[in-house]
Design a binder for this molecule. Structure first.
Ligand SMILES: Cc1cc2nc3c(=O)[nH]c(=O)nc-3n(C[C@H](O)[C@H](O)[C@H](O)COP(=O)(O)O)c2cc1C
Length: 196
């Protein structure tokens, strides 16, 4: 059975640019033998965190929270497409992720960051690294860093110019790293049940 990969992105802005990188990653991962689903936090649109999923009695969580919990639990790997607001993370995606904890455990996660400038969202990527680790994911060391995003990807999510060529060159290592850790975690989960 194909590995199930969830790709998350969380800008709520009307003129959001990171969707280009999300589209690029989803399209390239779908060219592999993977079952890829895009989770757009703006579409899911969870309310500001009140109760975490686990704080609801079984069967009483709101439908969109329940559906997302089941998808996260069933996934083999995660990709987080992250932008940077004032050196920090984007609140829409952070709010979505905070609704869950144990549901994330024991799977690898990859970070792809971007920004309008040349720093490529690196400070946000650093913040997410700690957050995803705290949420029980194994964060792979390969990253994608895209900036300026407007000079790297077109509105259709396809690479443009020299920066786009650089992104195409960087993608295989990113995907292979995630694939290796996805298999490693899957084999280990089958060999020995997670301890908690
Ligand atoms: C509120 C806000 C804060 C920003 N802060 C940063 C920043 O700290 N570093 C940076 O490189 N870009 C920053 N930017 C520019 C973003 O990189 C750029 O707008 C990017 O397209 C945002 O992602 P989005 O379009 O997917 O929402 C900021 C943009 C906004 C709207």
């Amino acid at each position: 059975m194909s590995d199930k990969v969830l790709v998350f992105y969380g800008s709520y802005r009307s003129d959001r640019m990171g969707i280009r990188l999300a589209d690029f990653i989803v399209s390239r991962l779908r060219q592999k033998d993977l079952d890829v689903e895009f989770i757009d936090a703006k579409v899911v649109n969870l309310p500001m965190l009140d109760r975490m999923y686990k704080e609801y009695k079984p069967g009483t969580a709101p439908a969109e929270l329940e559906a997302l919990a089941q998808k996260i639990k069933a996934a083999d790997a995660f990709v987080f497409v992250v932008g940077e607001y004032n050196w920090g993370v984007q609140p829409g995606l952070k709010n979505l992720t905070d609704h869950f904890l144990e549901e994330w455990f024991w799977r690898p996660a990859a970070i792809a960051s971007y920004s309008a400038g040349r720093i490529s969202g690196a400070r946000s990527a650093t913040a997410w690294h700690g957050t995803l680790s705290e949420m029980g994911m194994i964060v792979i060391s390969s990253t994608l860093s895209v900036g300026p995003i407007g000079q790297t990807l077109g509105p259709d999510g396809e690479p443009t110019g020299d920066a786009g060529k650089g992104l195409e060159r960087a993608f295989p290592r990113f995907a292979e790293d995630l694939s290796w850790w996805t298999e490693a975690a899957k084999v280990q989960r089958a060999k020995r049940a997670p301890p908690y």
